[in-house]
Design a protein around this ligand. Structure first.
Ligand code: ADP
Length: 607
């Protein structure tokens, strides 16, 4: 918050200082204008020279300060611009010394003119050193056309405003005339360079200093043309208001430098698009403005309308029209090219779209076909699975009858052969009976295992304490006989579940707990039911023989046993049955154990 306030504060301060600088300069221009008006030519020489000396010095200082503050990429540009102002300042000092101190009339051209020319050259060199200039848009035929139009306008102005008045002025020497022409070429060059910068630079957020510099260059060029015109026709007056423009120009340069100092360190976005829009607007308006200027210049110079002038001005108008036409044709062909490209791209886009739709449709068809195939295969598999289930159920069921027969006939045989059987024969008979009993148990368990898939789920709200009671009931006698310590901690809660599936799983776990605590000195079994994180957990813990944890998952597979059959008889189906039953209820089961210390089997069900 504090930082924001600080930033706003700084921004307001800078805005104020910008306005202060602008208004300060405007005030100087007004005072200066008033002094020119009031003082007449005598005073004007002093006022002009003093004002230009101070203004060029101030602008040089501002630019030098900007050069010190800006980032490396802009430093050289601002140094060159400050040298430009300093060059003017030195020229001005020289002029002041000779003209005002020594009171010697200056020859034309004089040394100070070299320094003034230096101003234009360094200024343009500086502007073209700015990063915006290094990242320029291509200079196209359209830009050449724009510059051609402006050159025509300048030429009309020069012919009517300078050449012709100079030629008609008997007081103008040839040297004077040539210096005038050279000077005109230089300022026109400055003007054209400034405009080409305006058109081709890629503008960033620091466009204000750039624009101000271009404006300064334009003021410089325009003022110089008017100044040269007055010199050539011999009516230059030190109190002319055109002299104000020099001061204004330095004011604009100082403002540009001040702006650049402020922009340093501030975030800079890219304004290329906005500036391009302005450039397009400018390009459309410029030819019309140029025609207006040319007509005004021509109309105001009718006094010099000799046939020579008429021919040259007419030729320049024709050249203007030709360039305008060529420029328009180029712009049209460029936009036609762009339109063609757009049409091609659009067509490609449409083709790609159609292709996309087609592949989408193909993809949909394939998915539908795949789904259909998966559906068919699933039905086939289910049928095969059902057949297999039915088959194994029937086989298991049918096997029970011969087993019962073996067992009862073995019984009858023993009764009938009472007293005639040797101990060895009796042992053999016992083995036959035990084998058939074991096989019957195995078949019962297998039947239970396959039956579990065949019976549907019947969910109901089940009270957990009641269910646990029902499961424990059949084991009460055995527990009492074996003095098993039973601890039951069941939260008085209900769960929506298939009761017989859960009871079957719990029965198996309690049965195993009793079986595998057979050799414990003080057998203990604990049942804990509780809710945890929205789930119901039922844990059956015993202090029996336990098992190695590396088999914690293995024991849930069909027929997998860890203990010998003569020690702990069993079929290896119980835990597989438990897992199948619990998974059908949407739950899971897992075991934790340590050899010799006991085991815990936990069932987890969705609450
Ligand atoms: P079984 O009829 O052999 O008990 P189960 O599928 O119920 O078949 O158990 C598989 C094996 O897991 C058992 O043979 C036994 O080795 C081990 N097991 C199951 N419960 C316990 C337990 N409470 N304590 C130690 N081992 C157990």
């Amino acid at each position: 918050m504090a930082a924001t306030v600080g930033k706003i504060g700084t921004t307001i301060e800078v805005a104020r200082s910008r306005w202060a600088l602008g208004f300060g300069w405007l005030a100087c221009v007004l005072v200066y204008g008033f002094a020119l008006y009031a003082g007449g030519n005598e005073m004007a020489v002093w006022i002009n020279d003093l004002a230009w000396t101070l203004a060029s010095a101030a602008a040089a200082c501002f630019c030098f300060r900007a050069a010190r503050q800006v980032e490396q990429s802009r430093r050289r540009a601002w140094l060159l611009i400050s040298i430009a102002c300093a060059s003017w300042f030195i020229g001005q000092l020289h002029w002041n010394y000779v003209q005002l101190v020594l009171k010697v009339a200056q020859p034309f051209p004089s040394l100070n003119q070299v320094f003034y020319t230096g101003f234009a050259i360094f200024m343009i060199a500086g502007v073209f050193q700015l990063p915006e200039a290094r990242n320029r848009a291509p200079f196209t035929l359209k830009h050449v056309g724009n510059l051609g139009l402006i050159t025509c306008c300048l030429a009309v102005t020069v012919v009517l405003g300078m050449l012709e008045p100079a030629l008609q002025n008997p007081g103008v020497t040839t040297t004077f005339l040539w210096v005038g022409v050279a000077h005109t070429v230089l300022v026109s060059g400055t003007f054209l360079a400034a405009l080409s910068a305006l058109w081709t630079f890629r503008w960033g957020a620091s466009w204000t200093p750039m624009l101000l510099l271009v404006v300064a260059a334009c003021i410089y060029a325009a003022t110089n043309l008017i100044y040269a015109h007055s010199l050539l026709i011999g009516d230059y007056e030190p109190s002319d208001f055109v002299n104000l423009s020099w001061l204004a120009m330095f004011g604009v340069v100082a403002c540009a430098a001040h702006e650049q100092s402020w922009l340093t360190g501030h975030e800079q976005g890219d304004l290329t698009e906005q500036m391009q829009a302005r450039e397009r607007w400018l390009e459309a308006v410029v030819p019309a403005m140029l025609v207006i200027i040319m007509v005004i210049v021509a109309m105001s110079s009718t006094a010099m309308l000799t046939p020579r002038v008429a021919w040259s001005v007419a030729s320049l108008f024709i050249l203007f029209a030709v360039i305008l036409g060529a420029r328009e044709a180029y712009i049209q062909s460029e936009s036609q090219l762009l339109t063609d490209e757009l049409v091609v791209t659009n067509q490609q886009l449409q083709d790609a779209n159609v292709e996309l739709r087609l592949s989408e449709a193909r993809y949909r068809d394939l998915t539908a076909e795949l789904e259909q195939r998966v559906g068919e295969r699933t039905t086939e598999l289910k049928r095969a699975y059902d057949e297999l289930e039915g088959f194994s159920y029937a086989v298991a069921h049918d096997l029970k009858a011969p087993l019962r027969a073996i067992n009862s006939f073995a019984h009858l045989f023993e009764d009938e052969m009472q007293g005639q059987l040797t101990d060895r024969s009796r042992e053999h008979l016992n083995r036959i009976r035990n084998g058939s009993l074991k096989m019957a148990t195995l078949i019962d368990d297998l039947l239970a295992y396959s039956h579990i898939d065949r019976r549907g789920l019947q969910s109901s709200v089940v009270s957990l304490p009641n269910l646990v009671d029902q499961v424990l009931n059949p084991y009460q006698d055995e527990m009492q006989r074996r003095s098993v310590t039973l601890s039951v901690v069941v939260e008085p809660t209900t769960v929506r579940v298939d009761a017989s599936g859960l009871a079957l799983a719990l029965r198996n776990l309690v049965g195993n707990a009793l079986k595998y605590t057979r050799e414990a000195v003080e057998p203990r079994i604990a049942i804990v039911c509780r809710r945890k994180d929205g789930l119901v957990q039922i844990a059956v813990t015993d202090n029996g023989i336990g098992f190695d944890m590396q088999y914690h998952d293995h024991i849930f597979k069909l027929f997998q046993r860890l203990h010998r059959d003569d020690q702990y008889p069993g079929t290896g189906i119980g835990l597989a049955l438990v897992r199948k039953a619990i998974e059908r209820l949407g739950g899971r089961v897992w075991a934790q154990s340590k050899i010799g210390e006991g085991s815990t089997f936990t069932i987890e069900l969705p609450g």
